[in-house]
Design a protein around this ligand. Structure first.
Ligand SMILES: NC(=O)C1=CN([C@@H]2O[C@H](COP(=O)(O)OP(=O)(O)OC[C@H]3O[C@@H](n4cnc5c(N)ncnc54)[C@H](OP(=O)(O)O)[C@@H]3O)[C@@H](O)[C@H]2O)C=CC1
Ligand SMILES: CC(C)(CO)C(=O)C(=O)O
Length: 293
């Protein structure tokens, strides 16, 4: 399969690197990362060790079978514009947050698949990415149901030894993942604590309330996600990733814009006062830092 990875940062470099073991991969990213990959290849270290030689560039190629979109959610509109003139068979978002697939589908003349990813990735230097945990990619039709396109992409990922499952219930999975990220990411970023610290009393109440509000929004959107399922999911992930610093905490520590708009901000409204508060506080921090207007 001919794969273009739009957003060769942490996740894009890792998955692009793993796919490059079997497929023709082009990484679209920034300098000096892309230059180093062209000169010396891409080194993957940590839980998976390999060196591969994908193509790497700063602009998009004219065609590909699959566009894997791995920019931060706030860059999805720009990714969609950049890919609009590329001839594609399909696109797949593995980003956190809700709404990325719709943004891509509105701009692209190709089916857009939804996905979730629990692999952990961190750029460690130009031309180098660390796999901080082997997880799983789950992908499928963004509106749910069977999808021959998703089956084809799933097979291609399997061939490259990327742990992958094709699912026919992506809308429910995306909402459940949103409940997890809404409950963990913003509270850990604001309190500057590891995920496990949310399992204590006060912060735990905030985490569970945020997850319940997301479940209510999912049901209003026609997706059957109970409060109990959402709360059990966020508690399970906080426990399993107790020593993690969430991606939003890492963004705040690095002084970078966060993905709050496409996580807590998706359910931001009077019916979701906890998510509204978390969103408002993170937006205030971003504004003060000059990261948003
Ligand atoms: N890292 C992880 O382990 C996981 C991440 N995710 C999700 O995956 C998504 C990506 O996360 P992550 O990889 O950590 O983020 P990164 O910031 O590391 O990667 C995104 C990369 O895309 C680049 N980029 C953005 N716009 C363009 C453009 N127009 N042209 C070329 N390059 C561009 C960015 O460069 P620049 O910063 O210079 O703009 C950056 O290098 C997020 O939604 C995240 O929540 C999900 C699961 C695991
Ligand atoms: C699952 C969790 C909360 C792990 O830290 C995550 O996805 C993130 O940090 O963005």
């Amino acid at each position: 399969m001919d794969v273009v990875v739009f957003g060769a940062g942490s996740l894009g470099s890792l998955l692009g690197g793993l796919l490059a073991r079997t497929h023709d991969v082009t990484l679209v990213g920034r300098r000096p990362h892309v230059d180093r990959i062209r000169e010396q290849g891409l080194r993957v270290s940590g839980a998976i060790e390999t060196t591969v030689g994908p193509d790497a560039r700063t602009d998009v190629p004219p065609s590909a079978d699959l566009a894997l979109v791995t920019v931060k959610a706030y860059d999805t509109p720009a990714a969609a514009r950049a890919l609009a003139d590329t001839s594609l068979d399909c696109a797949l978002s593995l980003q956190n947050g809700l709404g990325n697939e719709r943004t891509l589908a509105d701009a692209l003349d190709a089916p857009v698949l939804a996905g979730t990813c629990t692999y952990g990735a961190r750029l460690t230097g130009p031309g180098e990415v660390a796999c901080t945990g082997v997880g799983e990619v789950v992908l499928g039709a963004r509106e749910g149901g069977p999808s021959p396109v998703a089956e084809r992409v799933g097979r291609a990922f399997d061939e490259a030894d990327v742990v992958t499952r094709v699912a026919d219930d992506m809308p429910r999975r995306l909402w459940e993942k949103l409940a997890v990220n809404a409950g963990i990411n913003a509270p850990t970023a604001l309190a500057r604590v590891q995920n496990g610290a949310l399992l204590g009393h006060d912060a735990g109440d905030v985490m569970r309330a945020a997850a319940r509000e997301v479940a209510a929004a999912a049901r209003a959107d026609g997706v059957e996600l109970t409060d109990e399922t959402a709360v059990a999911a966020v508690e399970r992930v906080a426990d399993a990733t107790a020593d993690n610093r969430s991606s939003m905490l890492q963004d705040v520590e690095k002084g970078r814009r966060t993905e709050v708009d496409s996580i807590n901000g998706v359910v931001d409204g009077p019916d979701a006062p906890v998510n509204q508060t978390l969103t408002a506080l993170l937006r205030a921090w971003e504004r003060e830092r000059g990261l948003r207007r």
